[in-house]
Design a protein around this ligand. Structure first.
Ligand SMILES: NC(=O)c1ccc[n+]([C@@H]2O[C@H](COP(=O)([O-])OP(=O)(O)OC[C@H]3O[C@@H](n4cnc5c(N)ncnc54)[C@H](OP(=O)(O)O)[C@@H]3O)[C@@H](O)[C@H]2O)c1
Length: 396
């Protein structure tokens, strides 16, 4: 290869990287050092494995508040599949430093505000405020299953008076996943396009992501919503805004769903090929792969991997549809929009079950079966967590 060709290849690669590969913002967040003296209750694991590696400690170190951070007394947190995937798999320690506190979703009360946090902002954070946040997923040993979290102020949102801290804790990660996935769809809508009700297929509609995405697509984006679920959950899905439910156990979705504008797919390891090889998406439609993998520990937790990458390259090169990978990132501005939707009761938090923090193993064992309806919440402080008059959680 001549020097000229080499330079051309480097320039093309740099352009492709810049154009298509977003460096995760998680790499920008620097986790706090542990405090020398202050301790807290926290769930920790020091090695990867099943739920037996989770231990509740009464005197784990607290995170040391940094100038740009807010220290939150956590009243409730919720759990997500990414927590147990990071725990079960031997991921490198720079991704999951140990001892690790699992969990990303918190709601609680501000107990300290760092000296560098902007107190002049429109809605400043003050001690005593009720807040929620999604914590960074990578790079940090600090997670949600603890009495305190120190979190960058720009990742935090206020929780309105009508919303319980249990409901606020249920939503951050799944809601941000939905907003970030549908953002690309929303912005690609041409202003000159004739108004038309667009249709979305939400796979795994009864799950944490699905139960939020159905409501957001229906009540905020005004879309027609189709979702997959087992038959006993159909009525529930209709109650949160679903127009059509496909019983995935008895009815192949690709035989009954055609020409939708968007597919949001948390079951991509099973459904991606079936979706792309059929007429589920209309030409020009948008496939959103949220990189789902099996709930059961099957050794194939990377989902479709190379096949997905190939599908993505094909779609980028030839069409006929758009294809995006979505990996959620914390975002305080988007989370505030979600908390405001909860406050106005435009959407509701679907909480399947709550567990005490001490019962964290049972909580994960329940979620890891893959049949939760909505979210599983850990209650850290029982007395205060249910206050807020707009609690509309579902109990299974
Ligand atoms: N990339 C990202 O940033 C991102 C963000 C969030 C989540 N995710 C991934 O997305 C996936 C889903 O997350 P989640 O929080 O929604 O999980 P979840 O709450 O555990 O989902 C459980 C739901 O999935 C349904 N389900 C199971 N198998 C199904 C199938 N074959 N077809 C249709 N529905 C099925 C179940 O319904 P039935 O009981 O009726 O079977 C249950 O209601 C996970 O793999 C997660 O890691 C990725």
């Amino acid at each position: 290869m001549t020097a000229k060709t080499f330079a051309l290849v480097v320039i093309c690669l740099a352009w492709a990287l810049h154009r298509y590969v977003r460096i995760p913002r998680s790499l920008e967040w620097r986790p706090s050092p542990p405090s020398d003296s202050a301790t807290m209750k926290a769930v920790l694991y020091t090695e990867h494995g099943d739920t037996s590696v989770l231990r509740v400690h009464q005197d784990a170190p607290q995170p040391q508040l940094q100038p740009h951070q807010i220290l939150v007394h956590v009243y409730a947190s919720s759990i997500n599949p990414c927590d147990y995937k990071n725990r079960r798999n031997e991921v490198p320690s720079w991704v999951v430093p140990k001892p690790k506190i699992p969990g990303a979703d918190v709601a609680g009360v501000v107990v300290a505000v760092g000296s560098g946090v902007d107190v002049e902002r429109v809605r400043p954070f003050r001690v005593g405020d009720r807040v929620a946040a999604m914590l960074p997923l990578l790079h940090s040993r600090w997670g949600a299953a603890a009495s305190y979290v120190a979190v960058d102020a720009n990742l935090v949102a206020h929780v309105g008076p009508r919303v319980s801290l249990r409901d606020a804790a249920a939503l951050p990660l799944v809601a941000l996943t939905t907003l970030q996935a549908l953002e690309s769809v929303t912005v690609s809508q041409s202003p000159t396009e004739a108004p038309r009700k667009r249709t979305i297929l939400v796979q795994a509609g009864a799950g944490g992501v699905g139960s939020f995405a159905i409501q957001y697509a229906k009540h905020v984006l005004q879309m027609r919503v189709i979702a997959t679920a087992s038959s006993e959950k159909a009525e529930f899905l209709r109650s949160i805004g679903c127009d059509q439910v496909v019983d995935y156990r008895n009815e192949p979705f690709e035989e009954v769903v055609h020409n939708v504008d968007v597919v949001l797919d948390p079951v991509s390891w099973l459904y991606e090929d079936r979706t792309l090889a059929s007429e589920v998406l209309r030409p020009g439609g948008h496939y959103l792969n949220i990189v789902g993998s099996d709930w059961a520990f099957s050794g194939t937790e990377q989902g479709n991997g190379p096949r997905s990458l190939w599908n993505w390259i094909k779609a980028k090169t030839f069409g006929p549809f758009k294809y995006s990978f979505v990996v959620v990132e914390p975002n305080g501005i988007q989370l505030q929009a979600v908390m405001d939707l909860l406050e106005s009761a435009t959407i509701r938090a679907v909480v399947d079950r709550t567990f005490a923090l001490d019962d964290v193993r049972e909580a994960y064992e329940y979620l890891e079966k893959g049949h939760a309806t909505g979210k599983v919440v850990l209650v850290h402080e029982k007395e205060e967590v249910e206050s807020g008059s707009a609690t509309v959680a579902e109990e299974s």
